[in-house]
Design a protein around this ligand. Structure first.
Ligand SMILES: Cc1ncc(COP(=O)(O)O)c(CN[C@@H]2CONC2=O)c1O
Length: 474
């Protein structure tokens, strides 16, 4: 009997190649333990509200009224909702073609794409065209659509930073392309060395790979580094010289925890560089409401902006977006609210600023607590989280631990993270899920546990780690 179409053996081989460690073996084991009644601290996903972060008030009030417009007709609505919330809700409803239940244009609501363009102009100081901004169900869907557009066959290579966020390796596998790694330098606080990148391209070409695109994740996930202006200039010049499209994943642009390297968009530097590069290098930039001090992961609000793509290519991207009919409309409204928050003088302004400032200041504090905590542990070294939401300590595993792991058929960092999970309930992602240099091991955790929980989490980590090292050291 030949296998049925959806039997495993007859599935699309690219589907089978996909791996996504953020919800991989450790997450599945943690979920099992949770079902058995063990208290689990899920720090494997950058999911702020799941770890207790409260949503910002203003956006939730606006979307509540958009979801239930009949409340706007209630004479008491002004007792519950500030006037600027009511006005904003009416504004967004007027942009839709029948409220939140109606499909929007496949590229997203024009009025919200205009708000995003205005945000980009304010941020970068250069004009932005709403026609080149597409809204998506989270940045993930935008990244996947653009990678699918670029990859023609397995000979097409995508330059990806290693350690990388496994959306990229998973999507490249799914679309049948080739991942071309460029290693970040842990000793230089995960710095990007363009000479290493150039070497990676040369090696790929020797194998017959046509390198087509370069991904930067700025600030980095899982590594947390922020790219300097000089780095961005180097990268853009490199893409110009090597004829690469730059995919700038900037979803953590609000998550900056140091003052030396503030966020600068790739798009701004591209314009700053000037001709011919500013008009030649093709760039796609990604953003989302899932991160920053919003953390609205479940709303699935993302966008990408295209720079220097020919009109015919943009039309093809529009055509494929049309197949999915419409990005979800509530997520689009969250995007509009994120890029166009309350202004000074608005009724909701002071509360909005107080809430968002408090979240960012706390994240900055937690980044320090976690980095210092890891660096106080035996055989653990950890770069500071300059941005994003993660800590990615290097765990220097004794040879005996590595041998024991191999005998158990586990990658050494998976073995360590499983032991950590069993002993403490802390659910992390092994560094092997993000890629790392041979023989060097890490784990990724988030800096999201609350300030009050952080000390106890770090001390239970330290207790486990130091006992583990004691057990396996010669
Ligand atoms: C670098 C990067 N790009 C895109 C996304 C996707 O964002 P959307 O929610 O808008 O699709 C994530 C999510 N970060 C995952 C989710 O939580 N932990 C992670 O590493 C990310 O870290």
């Amino acid at each position: 009997m030949s296998p049925k179409p959806l039997d495993y053996e007859s599935l699309n081989e690219n589907v089978k190649k996909v791996a996504y460690a953020v919800r991989g073996e450790l997450y599945l084991r943690a979920s099992e333990l949770q079902k058995e009644g063990k208290k689990i601290i899920f720090t494997n996903v950058g999911n702020p509200h799941a770890l207790g972060q409260k949503p910002l008030t203003f956006p939730r009030q606006v979307v509540a009224l958009c979801q239930a417009p009949f409340l706007l007709d209630d004479p008491n609505v002004g007792l519950l909702f500030p006037a600027d919330v009511i006005a904003r809700a009416k504004h967004y409803l007027s942009l839709t073609s029948g409220g939140l239940g109606a499909y929007s244009d496949s590229r997203g609501l024009p009025g919200i794409r205009k708000e995003i363009a205005e945000f980009i102009e304010r941020r970068d100081g250069y004009p932005s065209d709403p026609e080149l901004i597409y809204l998506t169900d989270g940045a993930s869907k935008g990244v996947m659509q653009i990678l699918n557009t670029i990859i023609r066959n397995e000979k097409d290579g995508i330059l990806v930073p290693v350690p990388q966020y496994p959306l990229y390796s998973a999507a490249i596998s799914l679309y049948g392309g080739s991942l071309v790694p460029y290693y970040l330098d842990e000793e230089a606080n995960w710095g990007l060395d363009i000479n290493h990148t150039r070497q990676s391209v040369a090696e790929a070409r020797l194998k017959g790979i046509t390198v087509r695109a370069m991904v930067i994740i700025n600030p980095g996930n899982p590594t947390g580094q922020c790219l300097s202006e000089a780095n961005l200039r180097e990268v853009l010049k490199f893409c110009y010289q090597e004829n690469l499209v730059l995919l700038a994943d900037e979803v953590y642009q609000q998550n900056i925890y140091q003052d030396e390297r503030p966020f600068i968009s790739a798009r701004k530097i591209l314009a700053d560089i000037g001709l011919p590069i500013s008009k030649e290098v093709q760039l796609v930039s990604f953003h989302t409401v899932s991160k920053g001090y919003w953390g609205e992961c479940g709303q699935r609000g993302g966008y990408f902006e295209m720079t220097n793509l020919p009109a015919k290519s943009v039309d093809e991207i529009y055509k494929v977006a049309s197949v999915s009919l419409s990005p979800n409309v509530p997520g689009q409204i969250f995007l509009g609210l994120m890029v166009n928050p309350p202004k000074p003088g608005d009724i909701s302004y002071l509360k909005f600023v107080a809430e968002s400032k408090a979240i960012l200041e706390s994240l900055r504090k937690r980044a320090h607590i976690m980095t210092d905590g890891f660096n106080s542990c035996r055989n653990v070294v950890c770069n500071f989280t300059e941005g994003a939401m993660y800590s990615f300590p290097q765990i220097r595993l004794p040879p005996k631990a590595i041998e024991t792991a191999q005998r158990a058929g586990k990658a050494p960092d998976v073995f360590y993270c499983l032991k950590l999970l069993e002993a403490t309930g802390i659910s992390t992602v092994p560094g092997s899920g993000f890629g790392q240099k041979e023989g060097v091991f890490h784990l990724r955790t988030t800096i999201l546990p609350s300030e009050e929980d952080m000390p106890s989490i770090m001390s239970s980590f330290k207790k486990f780690n130091d006992e583990f090292m004691e057990q396996y050291e010669d």
